[in-house]
Design a protein around this ligand. Structure first.
Ligand code: CUK
Ligand code: CUA
Length: 630
């Protein structure tokens, strides 16, 4: 039994009667924190307590998740990499890591952040060398993944990246103006005309040294970005701290969880009141204000609309932002596949608050849009869906996944456990959970992954920084069929993932010439061209097993721009170009051209070599860079 709940009398919360014992009232924030930590420390076995609990992890599995050698997975899984800054591509159901996509992190294996093109992406994105990505989202057309882009946020530096799924490569990073942290992040459904990000931390606006210690004037901003131009179209300032975000399935509402309605700067201050407010943004209404020039100010080139409670835009009968009261400090908002409800996980409250999305625009009092509030267990963080009317909620404190019936929860009384069908133990402390195709209007069910923050003793000891444990769960179609079928150690620290059927993603095997910027360097075009007193262009073709030049000469102090084309037309033959002692590595896939610019400061002989094992003569694939003294 977790500790840390306090025993004061019943608490009335937004119409919900809850025992203080259940509710991690966060006036007792320290108590809640103790509970989070204490539970973890005390979990030496499966940790399950309730009836109907399936024991996780051990024994034999009935669900076949093995993918035989040479066969393919059914789904692409795109995992955020947390503060590693990368995306990981993992096959479902095998859980094999297929590749990694560097996003906010320079990464030599793919030459990302080393060649001039990817350096520019990182530079334009602010020039940081890491990021903290949490929420990967696939672009949609007609409520389904269209396979064009994957987007992801950087919480650490307030950025958003776009990955081109034609090449599984980051092609743009936007440093979102006026915000310090982009946490909640999603694409617009059913058609991705915007991508939306929640600025979580409140800061002065603009954050230029004014109002340093005047928290009352700090702002939290919701941002709408054009996915093609990657430019911020407008921002909306609101009360409190924005957290997680999802959109409805009709292109109208973007719904954000939020905490700290007190607008405090200490944990005790942030947990003083009894409730917080989900913010539902009426996107077309805000868009219209912006188009008519009726925004309130423009900061760093972005129109900013006042969406605070006191805003005149919120005083009429059609407020642009609806403030729906919820129990204190909720975590995630996820919208179900049919678009009927938004699910707000309680975190400190053992409930999930369901919002009737249609009612959001109809009721006078936003609280009347609450459609249900089942009691799912302790520490609910995230909810996902199958196609059979079930919701699955991760329970961080209970270390479980609760499966429940959505419509039953609407019929049941607030705080009822009746809709709960089954609970599955996971190891340990799940954050996000995700079922296959769950963000579309037509999820497949069958597989769900629980992204558990701690693995404790589940794997060989690899030192004090343990891997996370991503557990694959077969969810079946019936009511009580959840089964953990695989443990999967994860490098720090995935938060979330999204799974698309393999038929919806069609990456290229070699580059299309039309997509490559940079001169295609043929063998005969290989050569050295002096462009200035201290600058020189070196053009190199690459094929098995030679570069276009066996050697070339440059001068001490030269700035060398090296252009390399892989002239191979055959898939899977990649060549690398390593320039020793110059911090240069370029990876060039078939038909691609990359450039690298560097300065040669020390005279001498430098053996350039190929890093990808491309042929039996791979070791011999070299060129000599001769740097003459000046
Ligand atoms: S947050 Cu990490 S577990 Cu950034 Cu989606 Cu909930
Ligand atoms: Cu080319 Cu190894």
């Amino acid at each position: 039994e977790p500790t840390g709940a306090d025993d004061s009398p019943t608490l009335e919360l937004a119409g919900l009667q809850l025992d203080r014992r259940d509710f991690m009232k966060a006036g007792a924030a320290t108590g809640a924190m103790t509970a989070l930590g204490g539970c973890v420390g005390g979990l030496t076995d499966t940790g399950g307590s309730g009836a109907g609990t399936s024991s996780g992890g051990g024994g034999k599995s009935t669900a076949d998740h093995k993918v035989p050698p040479g066969e393919h997975d059914e789904y692409y899984g795109f995992w955020s990499g947390g503060h590693s800054g990368e995306i990981r591509v993992i096959g479902i159901p095998s859980m094999r890591v297929l590749t990694r996509i560097p996003v906010f992190n320079p990464e030599p294996a793919k030459g990302y952040g080393f060649d001039d093109q990817s350096k520019q992406v990182l530079e334009e994105g602010g020039g940081y060398s890491w990021g903290d990505n949490h929420h990967p989202a696939l672009s949609e057309t007609g409520g389904d993944y269209d396979g064009e882009y994957l987007f992801v946020n950087d919480k650490a530096n307030g950025r958003i990246a776009r990955i081109d799924l034609k090449y599984f490569e980051t092609d743009a990073i936007l440093d979102v103006p006026n915000v310090q942290a982009v946490h909640g992040f999603t694409v617009q459904s059913p058609d991705t005309e915007y991508i939306f990000g929640n600025g979580e931390f409140r800061t002065p606006l603009p954050n230029d040294g004014r109002d340093l210690d005047s928290p009352d004037s700090y702002e939290s901003l919701f941002s709408a970005i054009d996915p093609e131009s990657m430019e911020t179209q407008f921002q909306v300032r609101v009360d409190g701290n924005l957290d997680i975000l999802d959109t409805d399935k009709d292109g109208r509402w973007a719904i954000a969880s939020a905490y700290n309605s007190e607008e405090a700067v200490t944990i005790s201050g942030m947990t003083h009141d009894d409730r917080d407010y989900v913010k539902a943004f009426d996107v077309p209404a805000i868009e219209k204000l912006v188009e008519q020039g009726k925004y309130d100010e423009e900061v760093n080139g972005v129109p900013i609309v006042d969406g605070t409670k006191e805003s005149p835009h919120n005083s009429g009968s059609n407020p642009i932002v609806r403030y729906v009261p919820t129990p204190k400090s909720p975590h995630c908002v996820e919208v179900g596949p049919n678009g009927k409800y938004a699910f707000v996980a309680g975190k400190l409250s053992p409930t999930v608050t369901m919002l009737d999305i249609e009612k959001l625009g109809e009721v006078d009092d936003p609280a009347d849009a609450v459609a249900g509030r089942p009691k799912v267990g302790l520490g609910p963080l995230h909810t996902t869906f199958d196609g059979n009317g079930h919701a699955y909620t991760s329970l961080f404190i209970d270390s479980q996944v609760a499966k429940w019936d959505i419509e039953k929860a609407v019929e049941a009384e607030t705080g009822s456990t009746e809709p709960i069908l089954e609970k599955q133990d996971v190891h340990y402390n799940p954050g996000h959970i995700q079922a296959v195709e769950a963000m579309t209007t037509d999820p497949d069910g069958e597989w769900l992954v629980s992204l558990n923050k701690l693995s404790k003793d589940r794997f060989l000891n690899v030192g004090p920084i343990h891997p996370d444990n991503d557990q694959l769960i077969h969810i079946g179609e019936g009511e009580k069929e959840m089964e953990v079928v695989a443990d999967h150690p994860a490098y720090p620290e995935p938060h979330d993932c999204v799974f698309a059927h393999k038929d919806k993603i069609s990456p290229k095997r070699v580059y299309d010439k039309a997509d490559v910027d940079g001169e295609f360097v043929t063998e005969s075009a290989s050569g050295v061209e002096r462009t200035g007193e201290e600058s020189v262009n070196v053009k190199l073709s690459a094929k098995r097993s030679e570069y276009g030049l066996a050697d070339f000469t440059v001068k001490e102090g030269d700035e060398v721009t090296m252009t390399v084309t892989n002239i191979e037309g055959v898939a899977d033959i990649v060549h690398g170009v390593a320039v020793p002692e110059h911090d240069v590595h370029v990876a060039v896939a078939p038909q691609d051209t990359r450039e690298a610019t560097f300065t040669v400061d020390e005279p001498g002989v430098y053996w350039i070599y190929c890093t990808y094992f491309c042929s039996a003569l791979h070791l011999e694939m070299r060129s000599r860079m001769l740097v003459e003294p000046r």
